[in-house]
Ligand binder design. Sequence first.
Ligand SMILES: CC(C)(COP(=O)(O)OP(=O)(O)OC[C@H]1O[C@@H](n2cnc3c(N)ncnc32)[C@H](O)[C@@H]1OP(=O)(O)O)[C@@H](O)C(=O)NCCC(=O)NCCS
Length: 265
Amino acid sequence: MIRKSEAPTTVESLEADLRALGLAEGQVVLVHSSLSALGWVVGGAQAVVAALTNILTDSGTLVMPAYSTGNSEPSHWREPPVPKAWWQVIRDHMPAFDRKLTPTREMGAIAELFRTWPDVRRSDHPACSFAAWGRYAHAITADHRLNSAFGEESPLARVYDFEGHVLLLGVGHDRNSSLHYAEHKAVWPSKAQLQVGAAVQFDGGRQWVQYEDLNHASGDFPEIGWDFVQAGRVRIAQVACAKCQLMPQKPLVDFAADWMSRKRK
Ligand SMILES: CC(C)(COP(=O)(O)OP(=O)(O)OC[C@H]1O[C@@H](n2cnc3c(N)ncnc32)[C@H](O)[C@@H]1OP(=O)(O)O)[C@@H](O)C(=O)NCCC(=O)NCCS
């Protein structure tokens, strides 16, 4: 990490790089991130969140994924799969999702710190919650429906309504969750629902609930992202050591929905 960096990255140098990329006060921005991709940052994740919030100010809104995808139907697990004999034990004993306690999974150190940041609100989805800070934090995280992880009743749709941006901070379009929202808008022959489950806390106690959601797939996300770059809609620049991409989310989702409707079988 230290060898990768010509000089230590600081809050101030991050702010300068992010502003050059196009980040500005008042924007609504959904960030997917890798801390290590930036090279060595003085203060690590804390410095990155500080730089982002300093630029946007509380007239803007910062959003990050806070997924806890371990709280999900165990028969669908592939990385790794678990023995069939374990499935019911997992369903019976998985702790219920708790906005404050449940850690993020595979979202990175920046997103994990962000969910605990002062004045951040977290949506109530047991597996695919989002965290948000700033002007529209409440509007973006309220009413995240169980059967709409990435659909019309999800924070992704609210970012779309507010004409927000997506910032890929050292990660690729394979991590661009807004493309899942596009899947809800697209139509293709094999589009199907999936039966899923999660442990949820109700007034009466913890319960394993089963629900249906779209059977999401992300195999074509890198190709869609590349085509959107070719269409000239993505600003690309170096932030510290990382190649980063900033794009308007609404045109991205509309482009991707059209792409999927034309190309998915
Ligand atoms: C999975 C993923 C988070 C891994 O990225 P990563 O950079 O390896 O991991 P993190 O962002 O958690 O950063 C931690 C790493 O930063 C590095 N690090 C530690 N201190 C650091 C510092 N001060 N400055 C820079 N890097 C530092 C370390 O390598 C650390 O890894 P370690 O804890 O194993 O030692 C990333 O590839 C990714 O996918 N991010 C997007 C997630 C997302 O939004 N998903 C939604 C759609 S699927």
